[in-house]
Design a protein around this ligand. Structure first.
Ligand SMILES: [Zn+2]
Length: 328
């Protein structure tokens, strides 16, 4: 994707073009030269693995191991992995034993098969027991809610930021309680986190490009790909599919033109929305269709991002060749 395209305010589904090139995934990932025509150097190569949904069934752990092996076998190997949430199949509606089993499985695959540093964002399925009925929880368990996941992935707090190679990385927590549904969630930062985000961006030098990672997309077309409502003809995008505070976040980004790219997952689909100088990219799913094959245009895969010193970047989705044992 050339730099001028980033500036166009267009809605764009990006998946088809890459496939149409007819190149192997690996050669596509290696096609990015380390130097821009402008002279800007590549600062960092990052792998974005979202929606892993590991579970004991459907050879999911084997699939994750294959994805990690593929990342690390690229000749031009990434220096950092970002995981985009929904690490486990589900603990939102699962009891403690099942929750523990899935997190232990995830830890084992990463321990045995990954030597790269990893940073995380959490997803809705990573939150333990918010559906109290199905998970058989009371809410008083010390590990209830986000604590279980945070302990497992070694995070103090559910959102954070860090600097690496001249870029600033913001890992958001998209998951808020739904005031209208005690057993549900909404894509929302909440007052405390949005204040933190405002301060974090304020304290980042204007010359430092920013990458934002969230589980739920801040802006996406994937939420309106179905038919409009038969009666109203309105397209409806649920507050669980896209951030409900999208406009507030975008207003904040408008004051910080160094925010360049927002990565997400959650929808297990591939899209890219270039809007007001920010690229919002849904990067598919490691598990594709929850380990049951291809989900619409999205094969089991991950993205590789080349981040350049001038704030430009290239994002490439790479299917890692997984063959699901059952097609959903
Ligand atoms: Zn999700």
């Amino acid at each position: 994707m050339s730099e001028p395209m980033h500036r166009r305010q267009v809605l764009k589904a990006a998946a088809a073009g890459a496939v149409a090139l007819g190149l192997s995934p690996r050669s596509r990932a290696e096609a990015v030269p380390p130097l821009r025509a402008s002279g800007a150097k590549r600062a960092l190569r990052v792998a974005h693995l979202t929606d892993i949904h590991v579970q004991p069934e459907l050879r999911a752990a084997e699939g994750l191991a294959a994805a990690l092996a593929h990342v690390q076998s690229l000749d031009d190997k990434p220096q950092l992995i970002l995981t985009g949430g929904d690490h486990v199949m589900d603990c939102f509606s699962q009891d403690e034993a099942r929750t523990k089993l899935q997190w232990e499985l995830l830890a084992k695959v990463f321990r045995d098969g990954n030597s790269l540093p990893v940073r995380h964002a959490i997803g809705n399925h990573d939150v333990w027991g918010w559906n109290k009925g199905k998970s058989k929880t009371t809410g008083d368990e010390p590990m209830w809610g986000k604590r279980f996941a945070l302990d497992q992935i070694g995070m103090e707090r559910s959102y954070h930021s860090f600097d690496q190679a001249g870029w600033h990385f913001v890992c958001l927590d998209s998951i808020s309680h739904d005031p209208n549904n005690a057993n549900g969630y909404l894509g929302k930062l909440g007052d405390e986190q949005i204040d933190w985000l405002a301060r974090d961006l304020e304290s980042t030098p204007k010359s430092t490009p920013v990458l934002v990672l969230s589980h739920i997309p801040i802006l996406t077309v994937t939420g309106i790909l179905g038919r409009p409502d038969k009666k109203s003809n309105d397209y409806n995008c649920s507050g669980g599919v896209m951030h409900t505070d999208s406009s507030q976040i975008r207003d904040l980004f408008a004051r910080h033109p160094n925010v360049k790219v927002c990565l997400s997952g959650h929808t297990h689909r591939l899209d890219r929305v270039d809007f007001c100088g920010v690229s919002y990219i849904c990067n598919g799913a490691v598990c594709g269709n929850w380990w049951k094959g291809v989900h619409y245009e999205c094969r089991e895969g991950f993205a590789v991002l080349d981040l350049f010193s001038d704030g430009s970047f290239e994002n490439t989705y790479i299917p890692y060749g997984w063959h699901a044992e059952s097609q959903g």
